[in-house]
Design a protein around this ligand. Sequence first.
Ligand code: ZN
Length: 274
Amino acid sequence: MLKFPFFALCFFLFNLNFSPTDYYHYSNDDTTAVKTKPKKKHPKLDVIVLDAGHGGKDPGAIGTKGYQEKKVTLAIVLKLGELLKTEFPETEVVYTRKSDKFIELYRRGEIANESKGKLFISIHCNSTPEKPTKAGGMATYILRPGKTDAAIKVAARENAVIEYEKNKKRYDALSDIDFILTSMSRSQDVKFSEKFASFVQKELKKSVGLKSNGVEQAGFFVLVGASMPNVLIETAYISNLKEESLLKSSAGQLKYAKGILEAIKKYKEVYEGS
Ligand SMILES: [Zn+2]
């Protein structure tokens, strides 16, 4: 249960983070102290980090017919990377993995930060314990404490891959409080993450045509580490027979890549124009 002092701390940090000096600057003549809006230019969307979920010894979720999540995520990411190269040749595309390789969750964030990424996109597939399932559709997640049981379960399943990592302890301290503090200290990033997530849902609906389960929020470890606007896309349910076939097909994977590309185009305008 969250107690008052915690909220007091949040309030303090919130105000610390949104110090008026972030928004205003003062004239040199401090007798007038005229407030003016800064003319900060938002950076260009010059580096996009594509994160193919799972890989190597971690297959991710496995479909009813045995298709592995790690293959879907890599195929979509590589297709999207190619489309980005053609559409935005001046944009650097960074991959957390380009082959069937195991990469720890914390390392994915580090790669994004080291390359000065401006947008981090993590691709995954949803799944259910029962196979096949009637559950279906697409959802895009941003980092915040989970609001619904379903969202919390999705994050728990994705976070469980740390079982494959040598030093699981590094994630021990991560709790809802960290997700609150992280999202508060990066409130601008969260705003842009939300914007991008809604573009992704809209464009995937047009391009792929599956049911949209909307923009959700939950505490994904992989998103905590990436200090930039970031989202995690659950492309479809690999445990749903129809959706597994779609995820497995090259044509289906291309539909996802095209949809996400369209979302990036829309987002780029908003981000750079802000
Ligand atoms: Zn996954």
